[in-house]
Design a protein around this ligand. Sequence first.
Ligand SMILES: Cc1ncc(COP(=O)(O)O)c(C=O)c1O
Length: 359
Amino acid sequence: MANLLPSSTRIGSTLAAQPRHPLAHLPTPLEPLTQLTKTLRQQGPAPELWIKRDDCTGLAGGGNKTRKLEYLIADAKAKGADTLMTFGAIQSNHARQTAAACAEAGLACELILTRQVPSRQEDYERTGNVLLDALCGAHLTLTEPGSAKNAAQQRQDQLEQSGQQVYRVPAGGSNEIGALGYVQCLLELWEQLLDKQLDCQYLVHASSSAGTQAGLLCGLLGLAGELSTEAAAQLPRLLGVNVYHPQEQTLAQRIESLCGAVAQRLGLELPTNWQSNILLDSSALGTGYGVPTEQTLQAIRLLAQTQGILLDPAYSGKAFAALLAQIKRGAFTNAERVVFIHTGGAMVLPAYVDTLTPP
Ligand SMILES: Cc1ncc(COP(=O)(O)O)c(C=O)c1O
C-alpha cells in the first residue's frame, strides 16, 4: 500500500482551504467486525469486514449529513444567512442533523418534510427524527408529495417579509459544497487504512441523493491521480447501494454530475472514462424508499446481535442487506477486505416499532 498521507496530497490541501464550520467528532472510528466475519465464515467464504462509524459523527445522533453540513453551514454564514431551509421525507436524517447543526451555529432552521413513505402508523409522524427536529428548535412544515416546492416558496416569502435571510440546502445536503464532506471522509479513511496497514478491496455504503457517493468517488479519483499506477490500482472500489431511485440510471447521472462539479470546485482533472467507477447495486430497494424488506430486517438484526451496532430500515439496513447478499452469492473470498461505511439512521428506529418488534 502506497504511503502517501492525505495531508501531503494536492487534494488534501485544496480541501483544507475550503471554508468549514466544525460540527463532527472526527475522525470517526474504523473498526473490525470480528464476530460478524466469524459468523459469516461458518456459512461460506466471506471477506474480512470492517466498519467506518459515520453513525458516530456526534451531532444529535450522528450520521453522514454532519460532514456535509460542516461545509454548508460555513457557506451559509459566509453569505450572511440567518435561516437554513432544507427538504426531506418525514423521517429524514438529513433534516434532523440540519436542525441540530443550526442550533449549534445559531441559525434558524426551516424543514419542509414530505409524506413520501406509504402507509405508516401514527408513530411515524411523531417519534424518531421528527421528534428530534422539534426538540432542536426547527420549524416544521409537513407536505404531501408534489407540494414541497410551493410550500417552501410560501414559507420563504413569509420569512423574508419578516426580515430573515434564507439559505436553501437541497435534500440530503447534496450539492458540490455538501459533498466536500465526503471527499474529506475518503481522505480520513485512507489515512486510517494506511495507519493500520490494511489493504481494502471495496467500500460499500447507502446512496440516495448522491452527495456521499460523489464525494467519496471524487476523493478516490483525486488520490488515484497522485499515486503511481501500481499504487492507484490498490485503491478500493466504491459500491453505492441504491436505496431510493426506482431507475438506477437517475442516481448514476446525479453522481456523475455532482462528482464533476466537486472536482471542478477542487480544481481536479478527472481521468477519461472515470464514469466507469460509478458502481451501483439496486437489488435491496424492494418495493421502494423507506419500506424495509425481510432481508433489511434480517441485516439489522444480524449486525445488532453480532456486534451491537444499530442500522436503520431505510438506508444503512438496506445497504448492509445488499452487502450480505453479495457475500452469500460468493462475490468475495476470505482473502479480501471490505469496509462498510455506516452512514447512520438509527434515530429513526422508534418510528418503525410496528415493523421491527419481533412477533
Ligand atoms: C442514514 C443515511 N444513509 C445514507 C444516506 C444517503 O446519502 P446520500 O443522500 O448522500 O446519498 C442518507 C441520506 O439521507 C441517510 O440518511
